[in-house]
Design a protein around this ligand. Structure first.
Ligand code: HSE
Length: 311
């Protein structure tokens, strides 16, 4: 056996402001690459990781890619198959862009392709959630589901898992800025209140329903006014340098809506066109530079494909 495959899986914006753990969408860049080979030996080996500055474990039980691939192999009744994995990180870790998700999804898509697509991408979601559980202590699906399926995704229920692909306006763009401060998802989850007032829940589910309706109706105003989060953002925004100033700059530059990407520190805006998205990233990066913070930016349409085979 020497079958080998190279796969790219995309970054994702989870929560989409109001939908903590239930909404997410994929972008075209950045993302991660996995090269996977089936071997004569037995067991999974991670032979190389690049782009992680030595931060990710090579131990197959601790690495999210190998751990979720092992769950997949157990499931298909081939727990001892020999697998070699190279992981090439092409995106920042701890950025709020679904970094662990992109790696895990690339690995699962690769192994499933090598085994003749025994499962659909949707059926791979629970295996990818195992990777998230290992990475941050909770198997949330709002990064891995859009990374696997592309587009906007709603996790209507976790038990049982019920994943719905949502439509979106064709010309929707995302402007993403990653201020280079590290916010591990595990810590960013622990700081959130676990109890909410009923009146706050009412506000929040009104916005979630509004955002989903806006996506269906291709109504930018409704999308924008629904991108409000009174439960999580007030706490997490503390970790992001000048968050409210960044919001005001983005909105003044024409953003439809603005907020924290996943658990941060990346922020994102949705826009009606590419030029507005580029103007927003430029303004936000300029502001961050002015307060001494380096940043990276990405402008992308909503990714429609999910993971793809590169060669
Ligand atoms: N829904 C998750 C969170 C996404 O906000 O913690 C993490 O990227």
């Amino acid at each position: 056996m020497s079958a080998s495959i190279k796969v790219f899986a995309p970054a994702t914006v989870a929560n989409v402001v109001c939908g903590y753990d239930v909404l997410g969408f994929a972008v075209n860049e950045p993302g991660d690459e996995v090269i996977m080979k089936l071997t004569e030996g037995s067991g999974i080996r991670i032979t190389k990781i690049t782009g992680d500055e030595g931060r990710l474990p090579l131990d197959p039980q601790k690495n999210t890619v190998s751990a979720s691939v092992q769950h997949y192999l157990n499931h298909i009744g081939k727990p001892d198959v020999g697998v070699e994995i190279e992981l090439h990180k092409k995106m920042p870790i701890g950025s709020g862009l679904g970094s662990s998700s992109a790696s895990t999804v690339a690995g699962l898509f690769a192994v499933n392709t090598l085994f003749d697509n025994l499962l659909t991408n949707k059926e791979l979601v629970p295996f990818a959630m195992k990777g998230e559980e290992l990475a941050c202590g909770y198997g949330h699906a709002d990064n891995v589901a859009p990374a696997l399926l592309g587009g906007f995704v709603l996790i209507r229920s976790y038990q049982p898992l019920d994943i719905i692909s949502l439509p979106h306006p064709d010309d929707l763009y995302a402007a993403i800025v990653y201020p280079e401060v590290d916010v591990p998802t595990k810590d960013a989850r622990q700081m959130i209140r676990s109890k909410v007032l009923l009146k706050d829940a009412v506000t929040q589910w009104g916005n979630v329903a509004g955002l989903v309706s806006g996506l269906f109706m291709k109504d930018y105003d409704l999308i924008g006014r629904s991108m409000t989060d009174i439960l999580v953002e007030p706490t997490r925004s503390i970790l992001i340098p000048d968050f409210y100033k960044l919001r005001s700059l983005a909105m003044k530059t024409g953003a439809t809506g603005f907020g924290i990407s996943g658990s941060g520190p990346s922020v994102f805006a949705l826009t009606k066109d590419e030029a507005t998205a580029r103007a927003i990233t430029q303004k936000l990066q300029q502001h961050l530079k002015g307060i001494g913070i380096n940043s990276l930016s990405f402008v992308s349409e909503v990714n429609k494909k999910g993971p793809v085979i590169l060669d």
